[in-house]
Ligand binder design. Structure first.
Ligand code: B3K
Ligand code: ZN
Length: 861
């Protein structure tokens, strides 16, 4: 059913990693049969159940919102007991056949977990614990079964799909038909998938390195075939890349990707049958931006890479989620970096950690990449598990080097193919293959929080010796045990006066305090610390403006040049916050403007990198740098510094913009649009540029670039452009998502009133997660000025939405609540208003487990 059920207190209790016990029964084989009807789907599940070891425990199956019609043991009725979320069967048999017939209603499933309907098509989402909404089962990742699936439906649903290979299909009476699929690889229930619907189909094939031909199929909504090509091309690149870089080949004869409109996240790696959010499949130049194209390539890659890291070797329990997610994010990042700009991809990954993961890790949802206690597993598909998890894998890669790392991967697969294992098993394989002791390194899996690394230095001219003193400590939150020093790969470059590198290497920083000493250094060098963000830590070193300007020009790493520019910018902002607090006028050091001017003028600099530098920093990333924030002063100071840079470089911005205008290349567009965004900050004079670019845009990237500039600077032309855009695209949902997001990010005081009206817009629906994320999620996460307005109306708007979503789709609700629970840095007035909203939510009669976990953790904090 759609609505959240009343939740029993025992379902609100946390599960603990320490309580893990291996399963008491196994189900090596499962045969499923679906009679699909929107409101009355009948599921017959026949399991071969085996007792493991000798014990007398009852068989306990998980089940959620199921109507049980029949239960048979070896073909005979048997006694059973139902408890909230469970079915208990007492039996003395050690091996038996269990038949269960359940009824479910896909059409009423608005939570989009289990079997549901997306715009007329049946589809499934079973990770993490959605399979139990289809039938009673041992719904845990360490129970692996071979599946045979029979699907029967009306012929109005021409495609009937499931995992593995098609065994048989045929016609039935009454306009119905069926298909039978068999997956030869044992898998946990979370990888089960079923799709039934009418689609356009793009087909291709890939010949693996060993010469096997794999059929590739991408299914999209009718009329969208022309938008499936990029996804298909990305899939083929991913398959080839995994062979060449990781020595991994695909293992079935068919690989299917189905794009659906209603999906709670990006995509799902079901064995042989990936189900995707349309956002990560459909693209053409008119409707998708360069960033969208990149996103598709990376998510298609990510899900494909899961076939080995996740499916062939899976997780023993959900606490080990980072085993597959951290590793697979690392692999998709490497894929993108090998195919495109390594520096720009690295900068994107660093921004996710610094802006989102650091925030999560200093707030109420702070958890180690291997969490120890969980109420609702869906709440732990986090930037910590995924992105910090990927950083942890990357650190091992840095410590071991590519060759030893790949030897570790090989050993991991040799040992664990076909198994459900732990993060420790992965590290052990890396350790054994490389001979490197990773005992201390393992702490990264169990310690939450962001380590702070403070660096001071001294130079002794008489002995030509340079020393760096490193200190690390990880803040301890209430209720946490003391934290030990971590094994931090500390990457360092020392620059001489002429900008040449004197030293460039990675050090093992393993103690609370450590000194690095360098001899034969003829003058005080400039240190480029933690290059390429060699560890997910907060770095403190008191750089001077001159040092940062030198690093911006000369650092050997492009990422380090970006880091230097970001430090210049943020130091300027914080200096102005201080001036405001002291009641003084704001001011910007002209050398800072010169530094950015140099970037605009530098034609040798990679354009994508220049764009990243000139995007400067969002409000939320600045907030992340401080312990406490005076938000109103911060907003004023940031606006001032951006305007001062833009005004100071106006001529150069204009000249470079004109020069880039004709170039048809993604990096050039990215830089050009960033320049336009800055020009809009200078004065109204440049509005005509925005209007021209919008009118003559030859694709979505340029149209959206113009709109974004107008929206962010609140230009006079904004409303007219927004209206024109809406008229052109109101029948194209994914494009309307961009429009809804822009609406949500407008910073003027009327924005909330407009958003309330937009909830009734014909293209909007609270049932569709993409729409909700665009309108409500973007407002809360990206419109800091209006979400945190002092009168609390921003918080109230989100809270009202959460109350509705709590019933409709708890998973989406729990995702977009994030900015409301991260209140610790704000002033007392704002905090009180945020907490009052959380109290209101906590008092709701049918609060979902998803929201309960986040709200209660926040209020306990
Ligand atoms: N494994 C899925 C995520 C499932 C989320 C469940 N709430 C997609 C991915 O990470 O590839
Ligand atoms: Zn994943």
């Amino acid at each position: 059913m759609s609505e959240a059920q009343t939740i029993s207190p025992q379902q609100l209790q946390a599960k603990h990693l320490a309580d893990y016990r291996p399963p008491e029964f196994l189900i090596p084989e499962l045969s499923l049969s679906f009679q699909l009807e929107p409101k009355q789907t009948r599921v017959t599940a026949v399991s071969r159940v085996k007792r493991k070891g000798s014990h007398n425990e009852p068989l306990q199956l998980d089940g959620d919102e199921l109507e049980l019609e029949q239960l048979l043991v070896n073909g005979e009725p048997a006694d059973y007991r139902l408890e909230p979320g469970k079915l208990l069967l007492e039996t003395e048999l050690n091996e038996f056949e269990l038949t269960l017939v359940t009824r479910i209603s896909p059409a009423d499933n608005s939570a989009l977990e289990g079997l549901y309907m997306s715009d007329g098509a049946y589809c499934t989402q079973c990770e993490a614990e959605g399979f139990r909404r289809i039938t009673y089962f041992l719904d845990r990742p360490d129970v692996l079964a071979k599946y045979q699936v029979r699907i029967e439906a009306d012929k109005a649903f021409p495609f009937l799909l499931s995992n593995g290979n098609l065994l048989e299909k045929g016609e039935m009476a009454d306009g119905r038909h069926f298909a039978i699929w068999q997956d030869p690889f044992p898998k946990p229930a979370y990888l089960f998938a079923l799709v039934a619907g009418d689609f356009d189909l793009l087909e291709d094939s890939f010949t693996t390195r060993s010469g096997r031909e794999v059929k590739l199929q991408v299914f999209v909504d009718k009329g969208n075939l022309h938008k499936a090509g990029h996804a298909m091309a990305s899939l083929k690149k991913a398959m080839a890349w995994d062979e060449s870089r990781f020595d991994l080949e695909y293992d079935l004869d068919i690989y299917m990707v189905v794009a659906v409109d209603f999906f709670n996240m990006g995509a799902m790696e079901n064995k042989g049958l990936n189900i995707f959010n349309t956002k990560y499949v459909l693209a053409d130049r008119d409707t998708a931006t360069d960033d969208d194209f990149h996103g598709i390539e990376s998510v298609i890659g990510h899900e494909y890479f899961h076939n080995w890291t996740g499916n062939r070797v899976t997780c023993r329990d959900w606490f080990q989620l980072s085993l597959k997610e951290g590793l697979t994010v690392f692999r998709d990042q490497e894929f993108s970096s090998d195919l495109g700009s390594r520096a720009v991809n690295r900068i994107h990954a660093i921004k996710v950690i610094k802006n989102q993961q650091f925030a999560e890790d200093s707030g109420p949802m702070s958890h180690p990449i291997r969490p120890e206690s969980v109420i609702e597993m869906n709440n732990f598909y986090t930037v910590t598990v995924y992105n910090k998890g990927a950083e942890v894998i990357r650190m091992m890669h840095t410590l071991l080097g590519e060759q030893a790392f790949q030897a570790g991967m090989k050993l991991y697969f040799e040992r664990h193919d076909g198994q459900a294992v732990t993060c420790d098993d992965f590290v052990a394989a890396m350790e054994d293959a490389s001979g490197k002791d990773l005992t201390q390194f393992r702490l990264w899996y169990s310690q939450a929080g962001t380590p702070q690394v403070t660096v001071t230095d001294e130079y002794d001219a008489s002995t030509q010796t340079y020393r760096l003193h490193l200190k690390q400590f990880t803040p301890v939150r209430a209720g946490e045990a003391a934290k030990a020093a971590l094994h931090i790969p500390f990457s360092l470059e020392l620059l001489g006066n002429d900008g040449n590198a004197l030293v460039n290497r990675v050090f093992d920083f393993t103690q609370a305090e450590q000194t690095l000493e360098f001899k034969d250094i003829s003058a005080r060098p400039i240190p480029s610390l933690l290059q390429d963000f060699s560890a997910p830590v907060k770095l403190k070193y008191d750089y001077s403006t001159v040092q940062l300007l030198c690093l911006l020009r000369h650092a050997g790493s492009e990422v380090a040049r970006w880091e230097a520019a970001m430090s210049l910018f943020s130091r300027a902002v914080w200096a102005n916050v201080t001036l405001l607090e002291q009641g003084q006028g704001m001011h910007l050091d002209p050398r800072v403007v010169d530094g950015f001017r140099g970037v605009i003028l530098d034609e040798a600099l990679d354009k994508g990198l220049a764009a990243e530098i000139l995007k400067l920093l969002s409000v939320s990333s600045l907030i992340e740098q401080a312990d406490k924030v005076e938000l109103d002063a911060l907003l004023l100071a940031r606006d001032f510094v951006i305007e001062a840079i833009a005004t100071g470089c106006e001529d150069e911005l204009l000249a470079r913009y004109r020069q880039l205008l004709p170039l048809d290349e993604a990096a050039a567009r990215s830089l050009k649009n960033t320049l336009l965004w800055l020009l809009a900050k200078v004065s109204d004079e440049h509005e005509s540029l925005i209007e021209q670019q919008f009118a003559s845009a030859s694709g979505m990237t340029d149209a959206l670039g113009a709109l974004l500039a107008a929206n962010d600077a609140n230009c006079d032309c904004r409303d007219a452009l927004m209206q024109a855009f809406e008229q052109r695209w109101n029948q194209t949902p994914l494009v309307m998502d961009k429009w809804f997001s822009l609406q949500a990010m407008a910073e003027d005081d009327e924005v909330i009133a407009r958003l309330e009206t937009l909830l009734q817009h014909p293209a909007f629906s609270l049932n569709n997660p993409n729409r909700v994320r665009s309108l409500v999620g973007s407002f809360a996460a990206a419109n800091v000025r209006q979400f945190h307005r002092q009168d609390g109306k921003g918080y109230a708007f989100l809270t009202a939405m959460l109350k509705q979503l709590n019933r409709l789709n708890p998973q989406v609700a729990a995702r977009i609540i994030t900015p409301l629970i991260q209140f610790a840095k704000f002033d007392a007035g704002r905090q009180a208003k945020m907490k009052a909203c959380l109290q209101e939510l906590l008092a709701m009669p049918e609060l979902s487990r998803d929201l309960y976990e986040k709200v209660s953790r926040a209020l306990e904090d």
